[in-house]
Design a protein. Structure first.
Length: 227
């Protein structure tokens, strides 16, 4: 099956995280009264690490016992803190990511970015990297319906870009949630990368069809498969 669309995660896959999510998380839970010295904090941080890639508001709802007001407060604080870190220059692409995306598109494979961030944070990242025109589409959970591990981001990209068959899709991410999302969407290639949150064992256990050192290896995989 020829691959005509690659749906790529952002933080940890195409964008270096560098601990920014954890820094923003500390600010987020601080906004609802949880400090790093509190007994609950380590377990909450472990949950954030385990659920990397998922919609952030969903994560905060789970952490805060579905208290919607506190979850929304934490989520807003998270997005503001992350955006401030990006604006301060703490943002860089995974080495070779932009070149990999360009090579995919030059070979007829459309590229969509998917993220668990809200749209304003996604936009700050794209602007900081100069990636507005680099990809065909970028999506957030609010624009697709639900975040990962649901298949909505992938399927929305399929619909918006007019892809004929979900088997023509490759999904790439650094977390088990990315892998689950791609498998649920019916993608033929669901690749994990080792530049982010989860290791080879976790990605393989989630069902990844391939585990790559980096997204820069993706063009060789997809272009050779499409010939």
């Amino acid at each position: 099956m020829t691959i005509t669309l690659a749906v790529l995660d952002m933080a940890g896959t195409t964008v270096l995280d560098g601990g920014l999510v954890e820094q923003a998380f500390t600010a987020a839970v601080g906004a609802v009264g949880v400090r790093p010295e509190d007994p609950a904090y380590p377990g909450m941080l472990d949950y954030v690490r385990a659920t990397m890639g998922e919609s952030k508001i969903t994560v905060f709802r789970a952490l805060l016992d579905n208290d919607e007001d506190r979850a929304q407060t934490a989520n807003q604080a998270f997005e503001l803190a992350y955006a401030d870190l990006v604006d301060a220059g703490h943002c860089a692409p995974v080495p070779g990511a932009a070149e990999a995306i360009t090579r995919l598109r030059d070979n007829g494979i459309r590229v969509a970015l998917g993220t668990g961030f809200a749209a304003p944070t996604r936009d700050r990242l794209l602007d900081a990297l100069g990636w507005r025109d680099l990809v065909d589409l970028s999506l957030t959970p609010a624009e697709a319906g639900r975040g990962r591990p649901y298949p909505d981001l992938v399927l929305t990209a399929v619909l918006r870009l007019g892809i004929e068959d979900v088997r023509q899709v490759a999904v790439v991410g650094d977390t088990a949630s990315d892998v689950h999302s791609g498998l649920r969407a019916g993608a033929s290639v669901v690749a994990g990368v080792l530049t982010g949150a989860h290791d080879r064992e976790a990605l393989s256990a989630a069902g990844a069809t391939h585990v790559l050192d980096s997204v820069r290896e993706l063009p060789d995989l997809l272009i050779s498969q499409s010939r």
